[in-house]
Design a protein around this ligand. Structure first.
Ligand SMILES: N[C@@H](CCC(=O)N[C@@H](CS)C(=O)NCC(=O)O)C(=O)O
Length: 226
């Protein structure tokens, strides 16, 4: 049985990024699942900082999140989560990290594909929906772009719903993995946006309800969309 990792005894990570960024949220959720202490520093959008030479020296993209663990500085949220999980496994193979990023080439690849899919396919499809409905005042919205984005996003969630026909509680098995984190963070946006109509996706809704019970989800993902 997995037992709490000695990860809590590690020096706190430093995480740069505003708490309402989905890519930051994924990393915070991952830290919560792993019991990793961290210090978060606001950066990005209204907080600025990302264009300073000091920040660019850490992350030449000027994007968030950026994470520091000792001497290691990392950017790209999915790479950060993989690192945190692998480091946790390195420290204690029986820790919760082993559940989050399961061993075995096939199982790990099944998890990884959702990480890639989220960045390459889901995020570009849902961007106009999220920005249009959450970050744009009603009078200034590009409704056709929002509608097209909602339609494209619904088609992608149908894929997730169909995948969940495997009947297991989480996307890739009996335990929540990094795949659930990346998809769950975007699902929170999908369910949190008021839409005139949305497809009935019962398996996805049941999966999402399971994720919503997790303390780290409640803390980092559930807060209002902004
Ligand atoms: N692929 C990168 C994307 C990073 C990214 O685009 N982050 C957004 C926030 S979700 C950002 O930096 N936006 C500019 C800002 O907040 O100033 C990752 O996964 O970390």
């Amino acid at each position: 049985m997995p037992h709490p990792a000695p990860n809590a005894a590690r020096a706190p990570l430093k995480i740069w990024g505003r708490a309402n960024s989905v890519n930051v949220q994924k990393v915070l959720w991952c830290c919560g699942e792993l019991g990793l202490p961290f210090e978060r520093i606001d950066a990005g959008m209204q907080h600025g900082m990302v264009d300073t030479p000091e920040y660019r020296a850490m992350n030449p993209n000027g994007r968030i999140p950026t994470v520091q663990d000792g001497d290691l500085i990392l950017w790209e949220s999915n790479a950060i989560m993989r690192y945190l999980a692998l480091r946790g496994i390195e420290i204690d193979p029986r820790s919760a990290a082993g559940l989050l990023y399961p061993e075995g080439a096939a199982h790990r690849a099944r998890v990884d594909r959702w990480l890639d899919w989220t960045l390459s396919t889901l995020q570009p499809a849902e961007r106009n929906l999220f920005w249009g409905m959450v970050r744009t005042p009603p009078g200034k919205r590009d409704q056709p772009a929002i509608d097209a984005s909602a339609k494209a996003t619904a088609e992608l969630w149908r894929i997730v719903d169909a995948h969940l026909a495997h009947g297991l509680p989480f996307v890739e098995g009996e335990n929540a993995t990094l795949a659930d984190i990346v998809l769950g963070a975007y699902a929170r946006r999908w369910f949190g946006i008021d839409l005139p109509a949305r497809p009935d996706l019962p398996r996805m809704a049941a999966w999402y309800a399971r994720l919503a019970e997790r303390p780290a989800f409640r803390q980092h993902i559930a807060p209002p969309l902004t």
